[in-house]
Design a protein around this ligand. Structure first.
Ligand SMILES: Cc1cc2nc3c(=O)[nH]c(=O)nc-3n(C[C@H](O)[C@H](O)[C@H](O)COP(=O)(O)O)c2cc1C
Length: 180
């Protein structure tokens, strides 16, 4: 099957997840390509879609939301899977018991469940490289309690991502193999 993995990424970690999903789908026997939502052209050749976005302040990136809303009719008529990349850190709380991981769905997903009806939506751990942040955010991270909510590091769980992508591959006709 021909599958588009469309993504919105500000600092590259969601792009990495999207490319990994496309690679896993390809290894499982599908034709899959990853593309930023802004660069996607004609959608009519694709038989299934994976759409993902980084989460910023509990929202999907605007270009991803625009992409889904703009293509609502087409996406609503095809198999669609969605993912979000966000939570940082692997501990639920810090040493002082303050909450670190925000696993809440981005606000847009409730709308997309109604308009598109994705087969699934998954929140994956994200990554944060402070060197890539702009000055206002760098300053904000130094101010308590915000800094505890934005731990730096790469928390992406590649086996979780691979398992999810293999699950998608198995739900679509034409799979030749499952990739371990
Ligand atoms: C200013 C800021 C706000 C963020 N807000 C959230 C949030 O509300 N929920 C969440 O799960 N992750 C949040 N994150 C973490 C990012 O979603 C995470 O770093 C993600 O992997 C970034 O993806 P990207 O590299 O593709 O832009 C935030 C990060 C920053 C820097």
């Amino acid at each position: 099957m021909s599958i588009l993995v469309a993504y919105a990424s500000k600092h590259g970690s969601t792009q990495g997840i999207a490319e990994r999903v496309a690679k896993t789908l390809t290894s499982a026997g599908h034709e899959a390509e990853a593309s930023p939502v802004e660069a996607v052209g004609d959608l009519s050749g694709y038989e299934a879609f994976v759409v993902g976005s980084a989460i910023y302040l509990t929202h999907w990136r605007k270009e991803a939301t625009r992409f889904v809303r703009h293509n609502r009719a087409l996406l609503g008529s095809k198999p669609v899977w969605m993912f979000s990349s966000g939570p940082l850190g692997t501990e639920a709380t810090d040493a002082k018991g303050r909450e670190l991981i925000v696993t809440a769905e981005p606000k847009e997903i409730a709308e997309f469940r109604k308009t598109i009806g994705p087969r699934d939506h998954r929140v994956f751990f994200g990554a944060l490289d402070p060197g890539k942040l702009g000055l206002p955010i760098r300053v904000m991270r130094k101010l308590p309690p915000a800094r505890t909510h934005l731990p730096e590091g790469d928390f992406r769980d590649w086996s979780d991502i691979d398992n999810w992508a293999n699950g998608i591959a198995q739900h679509l006709p034409g799979t030749s193999a499952t990739v371990e």
